[in-house]
Design a protein around this ligand. Structure first.
Ligand SMILES: O=C(O)CCC(=O)C(=O)O
Length: 339
């Protein structure tokens, strides 16, 4: 079990934008208790659990509300087995509204000293319990290479209580002062892991529903293993000053989830849809150089039969715009899987 110290609690600074900025610049993160009402979070959790149960992710012998995983259904992003249930969870209207809750937008506007843009794209995560056959949690990484644009800040929030042993997030405090670190192919976010010793000091904590962790896009972070019987559900969204450039990849739905029209098709109201449409945004292309390096390395590893390249190869198949690269990745996946 890890022995990381607790996060520094910044809840007392909630209404003081200047003090929050100083703390964020110093540590690279803020931990704020009760940013959103716990009932709001529990209501979204309940909606997502119902969809997860319908998709076979929960133990049918236990109450849905308990969120107990069906271990035989364990899967992870970006496998199709996962995506097929996940699309319904990601499209949930109440989930989408959490990231633009007035308490969240006000907090980021106070920190920025100007209106905050919540990136339209955000992530919802479902981490199955660790077991003999299934051992996945989010590896050590920085967000910047995936998010691009101007400096942005993540809001990470579990959907329900999340003690350390359920796979809480951990940050390397003050690691943001070291800029972008070298990466290598791995099973972490975007199929990449950090290739160098981690700067800073790890910190984590026990989250209650509604507690928030905010961190800068170069703050190193990871999730702890989920050692409970429950699926750990969370969402993470990104924010930046509205006047700063935003990468185009943050303006579209989560990869594999269709178009905004498709996402909104099942909503009961249009509240929160296209909230960015009237903003004057400077949308720029994502700097893909980090992905290009990852892909070259993944191809080289896969050609040697190294299965550690599998996640990156899957991402190329699902997400790359270049048909030739996708075809090459398909061939290598077949070889890796012994086809
Ligand atoms: O929830 C997780 O497992 C990872 C979250 C994360 O990496 C992020 O918010 O950037």
């Amino acid at each position: 079990m890890d022995i990381y110290p607790d996060f520094i609690d910044s809840s007392d600074l909630l209404h003081d934008g200047a003090a929050l900025r100083v703390r964020l610049d110093r540590d690279g993160y803020l931990f704020i208790r009760g940013l959103l009402p716990s009932e709001t979070i529990r209501a979204v959790r309940s909606r997502l659990l119902t969809k997860a149960a319908a998709g076979g992710w929960l133990d049918p012998a236990t109450p849905i509300e308990a969120g107990i995983a069906n271990r035989s259904a364990a899967c992870k992003d970006p496998e199709e087995l996962y995506m097929h249930v996940f699309r319904g969870l990601w499209a949930d209207e109440a989930l989408h509204r959490l990231r633009i809750h007035p308490r969240v937008l006000d907090l980021f506007s106070r920190i920025f000293g100007e209106p905050a843009l919540a990136h339209p794209m955000f992530v919802q995560r479902n981490i199955f319990p660790q077991s003999g056959d299934f051992d996945f949690t989010t590896g050590v990484h920085q967000d910047r290479v995936h998010i691009g644009g101007a400096t942005s800040y993540a809001l990470w929030m579990p959907l329900g209580d999340c003690p350390r042993e359920k796979g809480a997030l951990a940050v390397a405090a003050s690691s943001h002062t070291q800029g972008i670190l070298d990466t290598k192919v791995g099973s972490g976010a975007g199929g990449m892991d950090i290739a160098v010793p981690i700067p800073g000091t790890w910190a984590t904590g026990a989250f209650k529903a509604g507690d928030a962790l905010i961190f800068q896009d170069v703050t190193v972070h990871k999730a702890l293993p989920n050692r409970t019987n429950e699926i750990r559900m969370s969402f993470d969204a990104r924010y930046q000053p509205v006047s700063q450039p935003v990468a185009d990849t943050n303006m579209v739905p989560y990869s594999g989830c269709g178009t905004w029209e498709e996402v909104y098709a099942g909503w009961s109201s249009n509240e929160g849809q296209y909230y960015w449409a009237d903003l004057k945004l400077d949308v720029i292309p994502l700097d893909r150089s980090h992905y290009e390096r990852r892909d070259a390395q993944a191809f080289e590893m896969a050609e040697r039969g190294d299965k550690a390249a599998r996640d990156a190869i899957l991402r190329i198949i699902q997400r790359d715009k270049n048909a030739e690269k996708r075809a090459k990745a398909e061939r290598l996946l077949e070889t890796l899987d012994g086809g």
